[in-house]
Ligand binder design. Structure first.
Ligand code: 13P
Length: 250
């Protein structure tokens, strides 16, 4: 049985004090969520240590939103994988479309990031997804397949086993437009097949999350799909009650 996960990507929101308060509110309700569902929260770098304290003992996982493609040294402004581990992270989001789009992250850079993250024992939450033009041109399967192949095919099976994949169609992020359960399921099945082509049966064990305007009102339908193992939640993760409601939607 693969893990069900609901992960909250806080993006660049909340002050440290607000973030700690949000984390405490999530922690206070986390025991309502069945043990079969793993909660993860991904606050900004500045919040990791105090948020880690706030969720201690709850089983909620702590994730970064990015990680450097270098081990250490003169790379001003970057945060290395071992620093994230020392701050209490077990996960890091990598390849989010906002990083690809606004910060020029390429597949080549993501190969380095995924390798470094897994080498330090972090589980990457590796994001893929097509933009609106690609969807309208009917290229969504092709785009997502290439993103998975270009980066994840470079991993050993041992490191691939640590990866969580998140399918986030760019046109659904923060727009209120959600992929239909059918649209999401067919891409998730495609991603699993692409993983299986390289890694065989391991593909059945890989958690694949849906992200993009996922909220309490649509999570149930999405999570009922056979290849959708949970969600990567943006806006709705900033409200503890909505985040918990999504986690109760399996
Ligand atoms: P929204 O849930 O705000 O659409 O964001 C999704 C996302 O990008 C999560 O990483």
């Amino acid at each position: 049985m693969r893990k069900k996960i609901v992960a909250g990507n806080w993006k660049m929101n909340t002050t440290v004090a607000e973030g700690v308060e949000l984390a405490k509110a999530v922690a206070a309700r986390s025991s309502e969520v069945p043990a079969s569902v793993k909660l993860i929260i991904a606050p900004p770098f500045t919040h990791l240590v105090p948020v880690g304290e706030a969720i201690k003992g709850t089983g909620i996982g702590l994730s970064a939103q990015n990680c450097a493609d270098k081990e250490k040294g003169a790379y001003t402004g970057e945060v290395a994988a071992d620093m994230l581990v020392s701050a209490g992270c077990g996960y890091t989001i990598l390849g989010h479309s906002e990083r690809r789009q606004y910060y020029g992250e390429t597949d080549a850079k993501l190969v380095e990031k995924v390798k470094i993250a897994t080498a330090h024992g972090l589980s990457p939450i590796f994001c893929v997804g097509e933009n609106l033009d690609e969807r309208e041109a009917g290229r969504h399967f092709e785009v997502v397949t290439e993103q998975v192949k270009n980066v994840l095919y470079t991993l050993s099976a041992e490191d691939m086993a640590k990866v969580i994949i998140a399918y986030e169609p760019v046109w659904a992020i923060g727009t209120g437009k959600t992929a239909t359960a059918e649209q999401a399921q067919e891409i998730h099945a495609c991603i699993r097949k692409v993983v299986a082509d390289k890694f065989g049966d391991l593909a059945g064990e890989i958690t694949i999350l849906y992200g993009g305007s996922c909220k309490p009102s649509n999570a149930k339908e999405l999570f009922a799909c056979p290849d959708i193992d949970g969600g990567l939640i943006g806006g709705a993760a900033l409200k503890a009650d909505d985040f918990i409601a999504i986690a109760l939607s399996f």
